[in-house]
Design a protein around this ligand. Sequence first.
Ligand code: FRU
Length: 543
Amino acid sequence: MSIEKYIDLCGGNENITRVLVPGDQLIFAVKNSQLIATSESIDTVQDVLGETQVVFTRPESVTNDMLLCVGKRIASQQLQQIESFSDPVECEYRPQWHISPPQGLLNDPNGFVFHDGQYHMFYQWYPYACVHKDKHWAHLTSKDLINWEWQPIPLTPSDWFDSHGVFSGHALSMGEELMLFYTGNTRIGPERDRHTTQCLATSKDGINFEKHGPVVGELPPGTTEHVRDPKILRHNDKWLMLLGAQTTELKGRFVVYTSDDLKSWEFDSLYGDELGDFGYMWECPDMFELNGQMFSVLGPQGIESFSQHNTIPHHNGIAKSQWTEGFGFSVSEFEHLDYGFDFYAPQTMLTPDGRRVMCGWMGLPDEIDQPSTDNGWVHQLTTMREMRFENGKLIQWPIAEHDSLVSETQQIMLTQDAFDAQGKSFDLELELEWGQTLNLFESSEHKVTLKADYETKRLILDRSQTLNRAQDTVREVILDSDKVSLRILADTSSIEVFINGGEAVMTGRVFTAVDASGISVDTGSVKATVKRLKASEAPFMQV
Ligand code: FRU
């Protein structure tokens, strides 16, 4: 029987919302169960968590190419449905120049790459509501990493290998071809058993993508189904696929596959034992060199927190990495990438002039209830940060291109009487003495404070007097400097605080009243430079 016959029995193309092929089964999820034909070929019709699924035994005549064709049909229906969800909803909390989703939920940045004369940024997106569900990839392009253009949706959860989420991954620019490697996530049966594969999609024009299905179809030995977020890199004369994983002993580790042609991949090994018991899962790996030193990035879940105030299981950091011939790589000296509230799953990219630029998700997996959710969108990406490794220290700093957003620069003296920044989108530079506290986004009701605590030599970020709904209100970082120099990028409902020239960063979403544009210090006076920032050119970002 041809695949068309199975589809007819399920009520035709229009009635099919998913295709799944676990083991020797062929399953179609349908919209309208009334349209299912009566036939002996149907093994069973089942209800899986409210979804009607028609189950057949998969015959050998149904090939992977046929299944890809079915995926294309499902994708075209999904794309029609998404169209109206790509229109930005208005919201007073909408950032002016950070990337935010037009509607729905954004999470990890994906496929961050320079390809064919422009930058590409993709992100994890669920368009229909502010919840974590069947993820799509959204796509933006830019000439300068500041002004972005919305592109057609490149990947939807349309196929048997990614029906419950086109999960995170990276991009590779190979001449004219843009290759996307990502994790396909499917959930089978009422128990929602997770099936994970590593998949490939390619594009000749950088806009329209063709899926090729799994290039790694099996799990690596010794892991659970939590294996994801491929990063492809060149090492010696081989391609490496670096993945985040959970071992069967429930420990976070890296997994490496190798390849000569980017199509067929061979399991190499699990790595990261040197870090010992370091969380139950590592997500979103990255690996790159800075000033002669290799680093790997990981998102370890469930490690000890850097602060008693932080009880969130999701962390993000960077570790030095060494490659040894015949052994593989080892990691040491883990440090957190951000000491604020909202920073996760970053990706980096090399600019044509050799800068390593990082962008992260300004959000956290479990925090979806924020004031913007009431208007139908949640989360955003961080500022683009240049990463450097200088005098043994890792530095993060806003990319130079950021200055193109400056509309006006003012030298000011901050005192106890709040200075009105006339808006909440600015770049502020100043130096605090130990013992002083800076108040930002200040109004009669709200403020966020940065206290340079004299006693403990900690910089303490407190957002308890804001509209934030997360019960997670204080973060701190220990510093050993004589003074505390700050560069703060504020954008409507977020701040990113670059401390002591970028040696530490604190990122947080901070929701306050529209008129909360005051800036003050609690004692003494502090010279400051404030640069007002205009909105970037991307219609979907503006209020
Ligand atoms: C990190 C993460 C990734 C996964 C993606 C799914 O936030 O959990 O590991 O690929 O989000 O949206």
